[in-house]
Ligand binder design. Structure first.
Ligand code: GLU
Length: 609
């Protein structure tokens, strides 16, 4: 979600902080701010809007100082405005940035008002800085004050605090929102994502839940939830993609769509041998965990949820186990039944999705046999807390609308299908056929990207549309759902997806010439059924756009435009049909002139509930 960057250095840090924010801007972007300590005084600049606004303000009036914190906000409490932008100050002494939500902020606010503190924003965050200020009077040092403060906070936070009177120290605390410490030479840093710090260091230590750390130029001291000193391993970052670079592409989203053949090649590397998926693809000791699985419960949100929906068809059909898929925010707040020998699978690009993380923790308490996460972010909470992890290796995904993460998740789930199927009667021929298909996906995706020109033309038809309907059957139904989500996320066209057999149970009432209907039609056993559904739409004057296999025998006419998708086998078909739908939403968004990479109201890495 929002971005946090902090630094303690000898040189001026404002520029480093702002460059860090730029790299995190995809996470949240309604306002941004920076505060630095200069000769014992706090100077702060905040701006409504994007990091560029802040950056221009700092160009006009630079801030000097070697200790500072910065933030891009994704508002949860209080409208996006300059006065609500972080950092927040208390009495001109303490400055705080915060990612997350303080749930008991009302109670704390009343208490602090009673103590004479005056609030200057509507945010929940402001209670943190006044509370630190108050606690400092008794605690005597900033570390102890922050430790006393976090004990009183309910909710989720990643927070960084500085005190103008103690100018070479930051204190950081993590509970529910990620924070990573970056180690430099005679300077140290903190951020909500290592991407922010790649220009200044590649050595990182991830804080764990409940950790509080004090960071000076020479030292980093970390304390766990009980207040005892702990060591967190310092690792060299393996992130190879420089997220700051869009290269030849106009948008990150387009770059990421085109990166899919490479991302899929990376995710397959070293994981298939002799016609088999290696158990080690899911981490050490995975074979032990996978052996006795009879049921799979998948938990995810948004795009990842659609990947999980597709996997349900595969796990039940090919791996011979039952499978449920549920949205994390639902699962975590209802009582659900635990099947014997159940594997809990979470899917999350960032590994920090708040609802998914909470659902995984709940599942552990419930007694699931094992937990597996399919995740793109090494060192993330989901990876650390799960028994097994399938690391996606898709490279940084910056576009808020997920593209390459989705197709790589599908690859991971297809691998999981064979890994579980093997212990539940999947024949070695079947496994070999699936692995064969997996290995040929990158080349097929490349071919599917060749549809770009045809789709640019098609996109024109959507420029004046307010609504769209996506149809698919079987494992293409989740692909239709993902297509609809992509279109609404970035072009703001209202789009719904239906399993095409459901048409006659309601949505047919919506069909007219203003409601384009997008159909995904691979040549599978459901093709004839799908064709009947297409006729139902045609008979009611609907306009259709059919993405069809060459052999599916659809022909363009007045009511139907057919886009031929390269022929592909049933295992990879959902993945391949995703590509033209991604391109379609991208080009429609371009025509509509929306902010493709940072669509309104959304943010990447949803670390709040
Ligand atoms: N809840 C805080 C606010 O609304 C922080 C939001 C964020 O994570 O950016 O200001």
């Amino acid at each position: 979600m929002c971005g946090i960057v902090g630094a303690v250095a000898q040189r001026d840090v404002a520029e480093i902080l702002v460059e860090g924010l730029r790299r995190l801007e995809y996470r949240g972007y309604d306002s941004a701010g920076v505060a630095v300590i200069n000769q014992g005084e706090l100077s702060r600049t905040r701006r409504l809007g994007k990091v560029q606004e802040l950056s221009s303000a700092l160009d006009a009036a630079p801030l000097a100082g070697g200790t500072g914190i910065a933030h891009t906000r994704w508002a949860t409490h209080g409208e996006p405005s300059e006065r609500n932008a972080h950092p927040h100050l208390s009495e001109g002494d303490i400055a705080v940035v915060h990612n997350g939500i303080i749930e008991n902020h009302n109670k704390l606010r009343e208490m602090l008002k009673g103590l004479g503190y005056v609030f200057s924003s509507d945010t929940d965050t402001e209670v943190i800085c006044h509370l630190v200020h108050h606690e400092l009077k008794a605690a005597g040092n900033l570390l102890a004050a922050v430790q006393a403060t976090v004990k009183q906070l309910e909710g989720a936070y990643g927070t960084v605090v500085i005190d103008r009177r103690d100018s070479e120290r930051m204190v950081v605390a993590r509970s529910g929102s990620p924070l990573v410490i970056g180690f430099g030479l005679g300077e140290n840093f903190v951020a909500s994502d290592q991407l922010a710090l790649l220009p200044v260091t590649r050595s990182f230590a991830f804080l764990e839940e409940g950790d509080v750390a004090e960071v000076t130029r020479r030292e980093v001291n970390i304390f766990d939830v009980t207040g005892s000193p702990v060591k967190r391993e310092i690792k060299e970052s393996e992130v190879t993609h420089d997220a700051g670079d869009k290269g030849e592409y106009r948008h990150y989203m387009l770059k990421e769509i085109y990166e899919q053949p490479t991302a899929i090649t990376h995710t397959l590397e070293g994981r298939i041998a002799g016609g088999k998926v290696l158990d080690s693809a899911f981490g050490e000791n995975a074979a032990e965990f996978l052996k006795n699985i009879k049921h799979v419960q998948i938990i995810a949100c948004g795009t990842s949820y659609h990947a999980g929906m597709a996997a349900r068809y595969w796990l039940e059909d090919w791996a011979g186990v039952s499978c449920n898929v549920e949205i994390a925010s639902e699962f975590r707040y209802r009582k659900s039944h635990l099947f014997p020998n159940s594997l809990l699978v979470t899917i999350s690009q960032s590994g920090e999705t708040a609802d998914t993380l909470a659902a995984m923790r709940l599942a552990k308490e419930m007694g699931y046999k094992a937990t597996l996460t399919i995740c793109n972010s090494a060192g993330s909470s989901l990876v650390r807390e799960s028994d097994m992890a399938y690391m996606m290796k898709a490279g940084a995904e910056i576009g808020v609308a997920s593209t390459k993460a989705f197709t790589v998740q599908l690859v991971g789930l297809l691998m999981l299908t064979t890994a579980i199927g093997r212990y539940n009667g999947m024949s070695s021929e079947m496994e070999a056929a699936i692995t064969q298909s997996l290995l040929s996906i990158p080349a097929k995706v490349e071919q599917a990207l060749g549809l770009n020109e045809a789709i640019i033309e098609l996109a024109e038809d959507f420029a004046d549309k307010q609504h769209a309907l996506f149809l698919g059957r079987g494992d293409q139904y989740p692909i239709a759902m993902e297509g609809a989500l992509k279109l609404k996320e970035i072009s703001y066209i209202h789009a719904e997806a239906y399993a095409s057999g459901e048409l006659k149970h309601g949505p047919l009432a919506l069909i007219d010439a203003d409601m384009p209907v997008i159909v995904v039609a691979p040549n599978n056993e459901l093709l004839e059924k799908l064709k009947s559904n297409v006729e139902e739409v045609r008979a009611r004057g609907g306009l259709m756009y059919v993405f069809a296999d060459v052999d599916a025998e659809f022909e363009s006419d007045d009511t139907m435009k057919v886009i031929q998708v390269p022929h592909c086998d049933e295992f990879m078909a959902p993945l391949i049909y995703t590509i033209p739908l991604q391109l379609l939403s991208y080009h429609v968004a371009l025509i509509k002139g929306t902010d493709v990479d940072q669509p309104r109201n959304l943010a990447k890495s949803v670390t709040v509930e």
